[in-house]
Design a protein around this ligand. Structure first.
Ligand SMILES: Cc1cc2nc3c(=O)[nH]c(=O)nc-3n(C[C@H](O)[C@H](O)[C@H](O)COP(=O)(O)OP(=O)(O)OC[C@H]3O[C@@H](n4cnc5c(N)ncnc54)[C@H](O)[C@@H]3O)c2cc1C
Length: 467
């Protein structure tokens, strides 16, 4: 029997539960994560020696955080955990992994991608002003370093994270100037009947809103951004609510429109993708267990589809059971069925959340022509629209070639969703119609030196027809 070399990318809830299931059957997976400590986004741990208690860091979720951290500690002797390791490429059955400035090749036979998600953002005037952060980024600053992004902060966008992060900032002592939700009251009400099936989730959301209101934080709904004020640094934020515009003085703005799966590695490894109307994103095609179209490659957690932390734990374990089954190991079929049932129930709640916090579909049309869309290459929304007018291009990779949108250091991680929205709107199509950006390595920025050394070290492929 050939040697099994399972690798898990991501030590968040999904990756940790996957590792636990593999270890239970005697496997010793490699776990790669670019973060310094395990836990992923929601259960991100501060650097060693920081003193904030778990109850302050994770609030209502502190017991779950503790359970996930303990699970990781328990499996540590049986896994090869490599923190601070960025997987920047995958080619064939080998991962390119950057650690401490050196890239090494990590071979695998089976791969579980548990890479999580990132914020979805759309541009608006002033979004590149110092002091503007993504919602997730503002939370990372607080959770990891105990820092606030400003002393008077506005939170804008939509999704459960909006109220949670505003609450966390206020609890930590920051002055929250306003919480501005792009969803309307009617949207929230539309999601309410479904959310009654998830009373704990609903209660938490209502609690955050009530707490913020009780502490004098203005909560506004049905908002659209107008502009950030200030050149050197944010000084205020102007927004529109109905027919009226309002300006809130602040020195920082955190914003985001829910989350987007991190799928670049799945793309590089050759997985087929399908458009998810619910996530408004292209995600890897997978079966209920997390098997992708590439044999031996599995996806789990938010990197497979946005499902939240509880679902990520279930999906991680489920993907590991699939791997065990596929490699002839003992696996618990009843447990697998149970996990799938719970994941399906979670999916129904997710659909309801999307109704309560819908993506603002009119935003893309309102982005002014001179607003920068792709910050790496400084491509404006107008440039993309002009390409559509002049060439009739309707496909995202074609527009990338014509305008360089998504061609810079971030490889479209930041601007890809916005470019798709602007392109779709300009063509009168949907984001599903315009396709998805083809991913290229490195999936995240790495020093040029690393890529050059790495390429030199790799044996050149033999010319065709020669051994
Ligand atoms: C910034 C942010 C903050 C969030 N905060 C909350 C919150 O407070 N409450 C809440 O309910 N939900 C939150 N969410 C959503 C929540 O994090 C997820 O639902 C949950 O963590 C998903 O677990 P996961 O294991 O799928 O992914 P994650 O927890 O995101 O873990 C993925 C891991 O993969 C690693 N990784 C990704 N790509 C690579 C790569 N190329 N190489 C190496 N490592 C890689 C990351 O470092 C990360 O540790 C947040 C999401 C984000 C993006």
């Amino acid at each position: 029997m050939s040697v099994l070399m399972p690798v898990i990318v991501g030590a968040g809830p999904a990756g940790i539960r996957a590792a636990q299931a593999l270890v239970a059957q005697g496997l010793r997976p490699i776990i790669l994560d670019e973060a310094a400590r395990a836990g992923g986004q929601i259960y991100r741990q501060p650097p060693q020696g920081f003193q904030r208690p778990k109850s302050a860091l994770y609030g209502f979720e502190h017991r779950k955080a503790d359970a996930v951290h303990r699970a990781m500690a328990d499996v540590m002797p049986q896994v090869d955990y490599r923190p601070g390791s960025l997987v920047w490429n995958v080619e064939g059955k080998t991962l390119d992994v950057l650690h401490d400035g050196i890239s090494t090749a990590v071979p695998y036979t089976h791969l579980i991608l548990a890479t999580g998600a990132t914020d979805r953002v759309l541009p608006f005037p002033g979004w590149l002003t110092p002091g503007v952060y993504t919602l997730g980024g503002s939370q990372v600053a607080l959770k990891f370093q105990g820092c606030a992004i400003g002393s008077r902060v506005v939170f804008m966008g939509t999704g459960p994270l909006l109220y949670l992060v505003a609450y966390q900032y206020a609890k930590a002592g920051a002055d929250v100037a306003a919480v501005l939700d792009t969803a309307s009251f009617a949207d929230h009400m539309a999601g309410l009947p479904g959310l009654l099936r998830a009373p704990a989730l609903l209660a938490k959301g209502l609690y955050y809103m009530a707490w913020l209101r009780a502490h004098g934080v203005p909560l506004r709904r049905g908002v659209r951004p107008v502009a950030v004020q200030g050149d050197e640094r944010v000084t205020a934020f102007t927004y529109r609510q109905g027919n009226r515009t309002h300006t809130v003085p602040c020195d920082a703005l955190a914003y985001g429109l829910a989350l987007r799966s991190e799928t670049q590695l799945a793309s590089l490894v050759g997985c087929e993708f399908a458009f998810s109307t619910r996530d408004r994103n292209w995600i890897p095609r997978r079966d209920a267990a997390g098997r992708t179209s590439v044999p031996g490659v599995y996806v789990a957690g938010d990197g497979a589809a946005i499902g939240g932390a509880d679902a990520a734990e279930l999906a991680g374990e489920r993907a590991a059971l699939a791997l065990l089954e596929d490699t002839g190991h003992a696996h618990d079929a009843r447990r697998a069925h149970q996990l799938q049932t719970r994941l399906a129930a979670n999916d129904r709640v997710r659909a309801t959340l999307e109704r309560a916090f819908p993506f603002p579909q009119d935003w893309a049309a309102s982005i002014a022509d001179d607003t920068v869309l792709c910050r790496c290459e400084e491509v404006t929304a107008g440039t993309v629209r002009q390409a559509v007018r002049e060439t009739d291009a309707q496909e995202l990779n074609r527009v990338k070639a014509l305008t360089r949108v998504g061609m810079g250091r971030c490889q479209g991680r930041m601007c890809g969703a916005a470019a798709a929205e602007v392109l779709a709107q300009a063509c009168g199509l949907t984001p599903a119609d315009v396709g998805r950006l083809r991913n290229q390595p490195p999936v995240k920025p790495v020093p040029v030196r690393v890529v050059c050394v790495e390429r030199q070290d790799k044996p050149m492929p033999a010319p065709q027809g020669q051994p």
